[in-house]
Design a protein around this ligand. Structure first.
Ligand code: FAD
Ligand code: NAI
Length: 475
């Protein structure tokens, strides 16, 4: 006998579990199916984000940043330490326990909201009377029927053609987050978000890190001025980034890995390393969903095709998060999950793609929302720019971290904020003010006239807004 639900969510990552909670809050009878297993084979909801993405990477970034501070910056504060050591096993153990707290937290939240959780793989069986029949293959097999189905099956790391991940020498984000000892030499392919974050972790811990990037420009999606400033900081730290390369054969051996490539000058090179992290993007995941059984339409990238409202080609079937178009970000997945649950309940769920913030958690952090200067030029929009360096911010000086700047881009005529770009300390937190401002369609002058606490990094935001009108007070 099939168990009946109003909504069945397949996938328990940030897109799926948040959609399930919101649908339950709106009075629906909801099931959430997730197949991720912890080391003991038990459920580990939270998806890529919780298990091998956002959360564990930030745990390692924090540990390695403490190590870097203790080694190189505590002395400036008069603190002397001898013989600073990193216990990698303990660092990885701490990261694992942070992940487990999050897994347990999600199980608790699902229970609190009366969402029925199923541990196993969910797949379509057939369209059924008033909905769809879904099979759950876990320790036991279950049959469920749902009036509405939300697919949130996420994404997987993209491998280089002919170079599969062995998670020992050739690592995806999964293996990159559980390297057991600091490699002497670490190679990465792709200087995108994962390349920079993971490269930073292992460089701080003492590895000699080289990142090979195919494109000739560094962080092409980032505002050029901000990307340049970030590159300067990474160069100073000793993070080697080679742009405009063409990667050739990758050979693994007991000793490690040898990567043949052509550099930007067209010269043949070989990079030898103990380990290689491949971070060249991610591919949408629909493995095991049995999409064919119901005629669910997929795109060329293997993504589930949806309209602006996350509706698929099938009535009552929705898809959110990494498995559909748009940026592969946890908060984007969550917003889509909430919006879909609200649409199912007859409300007007909405996601504003223009105000989805991006953060790269390196040191300095890079964060932005809205359009870059190069995009505004390409769009033919007349704009004014204002920047303020952290060098002139009292709190940044007290922190001992004055790298970077805040940059505002506002419409030349109306002064409406079109983009805010930050490279520097706590950019991840500072960007929230810019997101709120843009959601309310604020002008740069609105921010310039708001009282900001002193001394705080947020004063750099206010000053950058003042700079749009060429009237900074502290620079
Ligand atoms: P996922 O989180 O991938 O979840 C999908 C879930 O569905 C998984 O648990 C999977 O096991 C399950 N599943 C799939 N198919 C089935 C099936 N048939 N049956 C049952 N279960 C199934 N984003 C940020 O915003 N900030 C960050 O700092 C950040 N850091 C990242 C760091 C790394 C190293 C990586 C790899 C990613 C990072 N991301 C970050 C991206 C973020 O993890 C994803 O955008 C986010 O997890 C997408 O959520 P989702 O719910 O769409 O999919
Ligand atoms: P990415 O898209 O950020 O970067 C991939 C990089 O690899 C690009 O610069 C690309 O030009 C390069 N590349 C692609 N093919 C190549 C090749 N054959 N040779 C050399 N270079 C090549 O992808 P990444 O870093 O794998 O991350 C995947 C996604 O995960 C991100 O786009 C982001 O959506 C998400 N993520 C988000 C984080 C955050 O929000 N802080 C952190 C980590 C990941």
């Amino acid at each position: 006998m099939s168990k009946q639900f109003d909504v069945i969510v397949i996938g328990g990552g940030p897109g799926g579990y948040i959609a399930a909670i919101r649908a339950a809050q709106l009075g629906m009878n909801v099931a959430c199916i997730d197949e991720w297993k912890n080391a003991a084979g038990g459920p580990a909801p939270g998806g890529t984000c919780t298990n091998v993405g956002c959360i564990p990477s930030k745990a390692l970034l924090q540990s390695s940043e403490h190590f870097e501070q203790a080694n190189h910056h505590f002395a400036d504060h008069g603190i002397s330490l001898k013989d600073v050591k990193m216990d990698v096993a303990k660092m990885i153990g701490r990261k694992d326990s942070v992940v487990k707290q999050n897994n347990d937290g999600i199980l608790y939240l699902l229970k609190k909201n009366k969402v029925t959780f199923f541990h196993g793989r969910g797949s379509f069986v057939k369209a059924a009377e008033g909905g769809y029949e879904i099979k759950v293959a876990g320790k036991t097999e279950e049959s469920l029927t749902g009036k509405q189905i939300i697919l949130a099956t996420g994404s997987n790391a993209r491998a280089l053609p002919g170079v599969p991940f062995d998670e020992e020498t050739v690592l995806s984000n999964d293996g990159a987050l559980r390297i057991g000892a600091v490699p002497k030499k670490l190679a990465l392919i792709g200087s995108g978000v994962i390349g920079l974050e993971m490269g930073s972790v292992w460089r701080r811990l003492g590895a000699e890190v080289t990142i090979l990037e195919g494109l000739p420009t560094f962080l092409g999606a980032v505002d050029e001025q901000i990307a340049k400033e970030a590159k300067k900081a990474f160069d100073k730290q000793g993070l080697k980034i080679e742009l405009g390369v063409k990667v050739g054969e990758v050979k693994t051996s007991k000793k490690g890995v040898a990567i043949a490539y052509t550099n930007a000058k067209g010269e043949a090179q070989t990079l030898e390393a103990d380990k290689l992290i491949v971070s060249i993007g991610r591919v949408p995941n629909t493995i095991g969903l049995n999409a064919e059984a119901v005629g669910l339409k997929l795109g060329e990238r293997g993504d589930i095709l949806v309209d602006a409202d996350c509706k698929t080609n099938l009535p009552g079937v929705w898809a959110v998060g990494d498995v559909v178009r748009g940026p592969m970000l946890a908060h984007k997945a969550e917003e889509e999950g909430v919006a879909v649950a609200e649409r199912i309940a007859g409300q007007h769920g909405h996601v504003n793609f223009n105000t989805v913030p991006w953060v790269i958690y390196t040191s300095p952090e890079i964060a932005w929302v809205g359009r870059t200067e190069q995009q505004l030029k390409a769009d033919g929009v007349a704009y004014k720019a204002g920047t303020f360096p952290f060098l002139a911010n009292g709190r940044a000086r007290a922190l001992g971290d004055t790298t970077g700047m805040v940059k505002f881009l506002a419409d030349a005529k109306t002064d409406e904020i079109l983009g805010v770009h930050i490279v520097g300390p706590m950019a991840s937190e500072l960007i929230a003010e810019a997101v709120v401002a843009m959601e309310f369609r604020a002008s740069a002058e609105d921010i310039a006239r708001i009282c900001h606490a002193h001394p705080s990094l947020s004063e750099a935001t206010k000053e950058a807004a003042l700079a749009v009108d060429k009237r900074t007070l502290n620079f």
